[in-house]
Design a binder for this molecule. Structure first.
Ligand code: NAD
Length: 259
């Protein structure tokens, strides 16, 4: 059981990260939250965790900065204890053809969506290995398995994190630590709402029509995946039954990559 385990979920002030954090809290995990947001948003996120009768912590590390990631890991250990479950979820998107892609945006997407997971993993692993138990779950994307135009940095970072997942899984294969990736399709979070809004404007259609257009292009179910469903998959990957699931890139995408 994962009751009483310490879980760090990066980028958990909103969207998928918050949904995963809540599902882990429902299983009795104490949760370290991270991400950006107003004081009110962070207080609300923490109380939604503590409603499950577990402890919460918060650290606002900017994951594009390695020194802040080190501070996040120290704060987690100080406030809650060493990390048992690490969910690398924080991520950003930027959409542009490659020849016009802003260099600073490329660097930011790679830093937050890929390099941050290298840092949290290298810092969390020694203690996981010493205790011979740990779960690392990287939130990749359908874009970790297949590409779309205009998302060069995102697709590169997400393919990269699937690769990192496999390497860490091999390096921990004979321990009680596992490392897996989850590959969601479209989930209606602020990150995707921005793409829906851009689409509505660009195509001159309503926001509802833009949602349908967005889904029907890639996601055969024509339905969004939810943060709660992804939380359920992460809970499974953290369970004893998943002890031999190692190095998987598990899609939950309404059929996106089956095509
Ligand atoms: P979101 O924008 O709702 O949430 C992103 C979270 O990351 C927020 O808590 C934000 O504050 C945090 N964050 C952003 N930059 C950060 C930084 N520099 N340092 C620390 N925290 C930072 O996005 P989401 O849709 O919930 O995305 C979560 C993850 O799921 C991302 O890795 C994303 O690529 C992935 N994903 C999302 C979808 C989707 O359809 N929404 C699909 C596949 C994969």
């Amino acid at each position: 059981s994962i009751n009483n385990k310490i879980a760090l979920v990066t980028g958990s002030t909103s969207g998928i990260g918050l949904g995963i954090a809540q599902r882990l809290a429902a299983q009795g995990c104490h949760i370290m939250l991270n991400g950006f947001g107003s004081d009110a948003q962070i207080a609300q996120a923490r109380s939604s965790i503590e409603a499950f009768g577990v402890k919460s912590g918060f650290h606002g590390a900017d994951l594009s900065k390695p020194a802040e990631i080190e501070a996040l890991m120290k704060a987690t250990e100080g406030q809650l204890g060493p990390v048992d479950i690490l969910v690398n979820n924080a991520g950003i998107q930027h959409v542009s053809p490659v020849e016009h892609f802003e260099v600073a945006k490329w660097d930011a997407v790679i830093a937050i969506n890929l390099t941050a997971a290298f840092h949290t993993t290298r810092l969390a692993l020694p203690s996981m290995k010493a205790r011979n138990w740990g779960r690392i779950v990287n939130i990749a994307s359908a874009h970790g398995l297949v590409a779309s135009a205009n998302k060069s940095a995102y697709v590169a970072a997400k393919h990269g994190i699937v690769g990192l997942t496999k390497v860490v899984a091999l390096e921990t294969a004979q321990t009680g630590v596992t490392c897996n990736a989850v590959c969601p399709g479209w989930v209606l979070t602020p990150l995707v709402q921005a793409q829906v809004d851009a689409r509505a404007q660009h195509e001159g259609v309503s926001v509802d029509q833009a949602k349908i257009n967005l889904l029907s292009e890639k996601q055969p179910s024509h339905e969004f995946v939810t943060p709660e469903q992804l939380g359920g998959l992460v809970v499974f990957l953290c369970s004893d039954d998943a002890a031999q699931v190692r190095g998987a890139a598990w899609n939950m995408d309404g059929g996106w990559v089956a095509q």
